[in-house]
Ligand binder design. Structure first.
Ligand code: GDP
Ligand code: GDP
Length: 445
């Protein structure tokens, strides 16, 4: 049994208080981890991380939404968004600059929320200045202040120990049967996510389990079909259950991220009539940043069934949006008429198997040797790159370590070449594949 409910931890605070520095420390960014899919690993403002094996999703809200005019309203919005959607809030203040009026304002807002908030005074680089830098912040009247140096690490372990009790807990605490395929329905409001879930449950002779649950952000339905079980995560669900007062539900990045964080396969649902929007593209790239499998569903196909020109135009749009993710299956469906729903589960099954597949090391090593023989790596600083061996580090997504004499010297295009060799050679044609280039340990250059 597994329990996969990642807590969402949000970093908020004024610009320059050190959010991204702390983010990087928590993520322990390893530069050697290369995802040679261009356009995918840009600036990351969120990540799946773990502390002592407790997984959580970390979001730097300051990096996500930059549409506001003034700084104060910007961080106020960050705070409101975090209060609504995060489980735990890290509110960072700048110990070197001291307390500012906008810190005061945000603390007032945060204090009225029921969320767990850590009030963090950052840039306290050593214990000897802690008392002095912390002093002005007691004026805020909060119970506890966390002294931290996101940059140097002072106070970091204490902070993370403090966080630990809040990880791995969320509103939904059901135990899933082993090998449950977790499928998240993502997309803008009204594209038909809930209709699809209903249509699937109705049409596919699913047995709906009575342990379906509800998180604050989604309605989860555990279903089984043949010998398989699926957790269907409907990110639109909540609205449906409440009064319909908030018809104008906003598309929520955090909600999408949270669902992505706990699924195997992200189903990004598009509206055939409306086509693909920037938000859709964003969600698609988030799924890849988090290394999820992706299936794109073009819903409401019934509306453009007769319009060949529109169909062509739409498929072209989708293809462009998936330029860097060509392996993602695209299905045309209609929740209304049931078109395409039957093909969905075989596709999910194929994608899931690839996503979780393991390969014998001998097969991988042969593949690597052949790939290198077929296309020799270029010289780097006057010496030939050597590849020694490879091994699978994990699944979901399939992750392989490739050991060489000089990982830094492997050109991007060669990394991509090798990734493609792995993808093709292993038949992983529908899921993301990651290669991690590493130096042989225990040896001098
Ligand atoms: P953000 O805008 O909140 O994401 O802040 P950044 O992480 O980009 O940091 C802003 C500046 O503060 C940078 O120059 C960092 O080097 C510096 N900084 C961040 N954390 C610390 C810290 O713990 N100690 C000190 N002395 N400087 C820090
Ligand atoms: P959600 O907000 O993404 O969950 O979207 P809903 O499932 O609530 O659907 C939004 C609207 O689209 C509803 O009025 C549905 O009846 C309609 N709808 C959903 N799927 C289809 C479809 O395949 N074809 C058509 N024509 N309408 C659909």
């Amino acid at each position: 049994m597994s329990n996969e409910n990642a807590t969402l931890v949000a970093l908020i605070g004024r610009p320059n208080v050190g959010k991204s520095t702390l983010f990087n420390r928590m993520v322990k960014r390893r530069d050697a981890l290369v995802d040679p899919t261009p356009g995918v690993t840009r600036d990351r403002h969120y990540a799946r991380v773990a502390w002592e094996e407790h997984p959580f999703v970390l979001v730097d809200t300051g990096g996500i939404d930059d549409e506001d005019d003034t700084i104060t309203s910007h961080i106020r919005n960050q705070a409101l968004q975090a209060i609504e959607e995060a489980d735990v809030i890290f509110f960072l203040m700048d110990g070197r600059e001291g307390l500012t009026p906008s810190d005061h304002e945000i603390v007032d807002i945060l204090r009225r929320s029921e969320k767990k908030v850590f009030y963090i005074v950052n840039k306290i680089d050593s214990p000897d200045i802690e008392d002095r830098l912390l002093a002005p912040f007691w004026e805020l009247g909060v119970d506890k202040l966390w002294a931290l140096s996101g940059d140097h690490g002072y106070g970091y372990a204490t902070l993370m120990e403090g966080l630990l009790p809040f990880l791995g807990r969320s509103d939904l605490a059901i135990e899933l049967p082993e090998n449950t395929m977790r499928i998240a329905f993502l997309g803008r409001p009204n594209v038909g996510k809930s209709s699809l879930v209903n249509s699937i449950i109705g049409q596919e002779r699913m047995v709906v389990s009575n342990i379906a649950g509800t998180t604050r952000d989604s309605v989860d339905t555990l279903v089984s079909r043949d010998q398989y079980t699926y957790l269907l995560i409907d990110t639109a669900g909540i609205r449906r259950r409440g009064k319909t007062t908030d018809k104008l539900e906003k598309f929520s990045v955090l909600k999408a991220l949270k669902a992505i964080g706990r699924c195997d396969i992200a189903l990004v649902v598009l509206d055939a009539e409306e086509g693909i929007t920037e938000q859709d593209t964003k969600v698609i790239s988030y799924t890849q940043d988090q290394g999820r499998a992706l299936i794109v569903l073009i819903n409401k196909w019934d509306l453009i069934k007769e319009d060949k020109k529109r169909q062509q135009q739409l498929l072209l749009e989708v293809e462009l949006a998936l330029k860097f993710i060509p392996f993602a299956p695209v299905l045309k469906v209609s929740a209304l008429t049931g078109t395409g729903i039957k093909r969905l589960f075989p596709e999910i099954g194929r994608v899931y198997r690839q996503f979780h597949q393991r390969f014998p090391t001998a097969v991988l090593n042969r593949l690597l040797a052949e790939a290198v023989a077929r296309h020799e790596p270029p010289y780097y600083h006057g010496r030939r790159l050597k590849f020694y061996y490879t091994a699978q580090l994990g699944t979901a997504p399939p992750l392989f370590a490739v050991i060489s004499n000089d990982p830094k010297g492997i050109h991007f295009s060669y990394q991509r070449y090798l990734t493609n060799c792995f993808r093709e050679g292993l038949g992983l044609n529908q899921v993301p594949v990651r290669l991690l280039f590493r130096e042989r340990s225990g040896r001098k250059k």
